[in-house]
Design a protein around this ligand. Structure first.
Ligand code: AMP
Ligand code: MG
Length: 425
């Protein structure tokens, strides 16, 4: 998972970078990470996992020339000439017709059945005339219909050839890939292990969800948000107890939490007297790749590496801002792409899509704004509108949002009808 050269060359203090530069730094680190070990799992448990070894076709696909229609297997030249053809037999899916089609014959055939030898096309049942002649069923192409060789037949091996790779290593297994693997008899798959992600919320004001908060306390929601985001991103989340804003406790709890492939801290990264995360990480030998991002929300985000220590390997960490919307936004922008790479999937930018803005919004000089918004899908260009929110603590607003509107820095105004980028949640 870790790689010594993936780490920075030394502590970079006070390094506040643009949104694009931060993304570049994270993707650069992601590209250098090695995925976890390989493990074998059952096909039915593979949704969202990433193949560590290719899936190979165990035989040609389709394994026989397959009829795509209910109808009659024929020789196209004869049928197209309008000859009457004697129906010499029937073949349904799961069976084969032994023998070879001769001139003046057709074989009744069902969708999914192997096309008999000698036939080179299937005429749809709706496109023939049928009669009984001399005690036999005969068929003929209906007037004004044509049939050409190859029609309504998928040739053997046209989708995959025996021994050929159908799913390459690195493929993320969605329903379509799982179907393909099943079709090739791959009941077990070799995939990369899921990265384990430690989640450590910091803050003296926090109590857990089961506790009754005092009048000045709040519940720790970030640990639960992050655990859900990690699961959604294909990692295994490990929630740790809340860390107080005290140096010795923080250090002890960060040390315990580093037994993972990625460490996510929340809170304690702003400028306040009790924002101790950066300082404690530094005292533990952390190297910072950035200590802030010119974005809103999410500015205090820090990213770096804790060095190998006491037999434990180096580990990347994010110090995520404590405000709940900032935590979730920064995860979507930066943590998710890193986790993708750790899972063995391709290194990719977050999945931005284009949408028409249905609002007028002010931009911010020097800050990329990433605001909770709702995307209304339509077939042409989806429309995006901001949800009303009261700043980066407004979890209710974020819960109403299904995306984030991405507004680049240094644009004074975004107008109704402008096409902007949107990050899906
Ligand atoms: P901080 O970054 O620690 O200064 O926190 C910024 C804001 O986020 C403060 O209002 C905190 O109370 C709040 N906050 C910090 N951590 C959490 C958390 N785990 N869950 C919910 N809110 C939090
Ligand atoms: Mg705090």
């Amino acid at each position: 998972m870790r790689s010594a050269e993936a780490r920075g060359s030394g502590p970079v203090e006070g390094r506040i970078v643009s949104f694009d530069a931060a993304l570049e730094i994270v993707l650069e680190q992601a590209a250098k990470l090695e995925p976890g070990h390989k493990e074998q799992i059952r096909l039915e448990d593979s949704l969202g996992r990433v193949l560590a070894e290719a899936v190979v076709a165990d035989r040609d696909q389709p394994p026989f020339p397959r009829s795509t229609r209910d109808g009659f297997a024929v020789r196209a030249a004869e049928a197209d000439a309008g000859s009457w053809l004697r129906v010499a037999g029937q073949v349904k899916a799961g069976e084969s017709w032994n023998g070879r089609l001769t001139d003046d014959e057709g074989i009744e055939i069902m969708t999914g059945a192997p096309v008999p030898e000698g036939a080179d096309a299937v005429v749809m049942i709706e496109h023939v005339e049928q009669q009984i002649s001399g005690g036999h069923k005969v068929i003929k192409l209906a007037p004004a219909r044509r049939i050409m060789a190859g029609e309504n037949i998928v040739p053997r091996g046209s989708e995959a050839q025996a021994g050929g790779i159908v799913l390459a290593a690195g493929t993320e297994l969605g329903p379509a890939a799982i179907a393909l693997a099943a079709g090739c008899g791959a009941a077990r798959l070799k995939v990369f292990a899921q990265p384990r992600v430690s989640i450590l919320a910091t803050g003296d004001e926090l109590v857990d969800v089961h506790e009754e908060p005092g009048s000045a306390q709040i519940r720790n929601s970030n640990s639960y948000a992050l655990a859900a985001l990690v699961t959604q991103a294909g990692g295994i989340s490990m929630r740790h107890p809340i860390a107080p804003d005290r140096r010795d406790d923080l250090e002890r709890m960060i040390f315990a939490a580093r037994n993972a492939e990625l460490l996510l801290l929340s809170g304690g990264v702003s400028m306040g007297e009790y924002d101790l995360v950066e300082e404690v990480l530094l005292s533990m030998g952390a190297e910072f790749l950035f200590t802030g991002v010119k974005m809103q929300p999410g500015k205090p985000l820090v990213f770096g590496w804790l060095p190998a220590r006491h037999g434990m390997p180096a580990i990347p960490f994010f110090g995520l801002p404590g405000n709940p919307v900032s935590t979730q936004v920064t995860f979507a922008c930066f943590v998710e792409p890193l986790l993708r790479a750790m899972r063995g999937a391709s290194v990719d930018s977050p999945r931005f899509v284009q949408a028409t803005l249905g609002d007028c919004i002010d931009g911010k000089a020097g800050l990329t704004r990433i605001l909770p918004a709702r995307l209304v899908f339509n077939r042409v260009l989806p429309e995006v509108r901001l949800v009303v929110w009261h700043g980066s603590g407004d979890m209710a607003a974020n819960a109403r949002a299904n995306c984030y509107a991405v507004l680049p820095e240094d644009v004074e105004k975004f107008q109704n009808g402008d096409v902007i980028s949107v990050l899906l949640k």
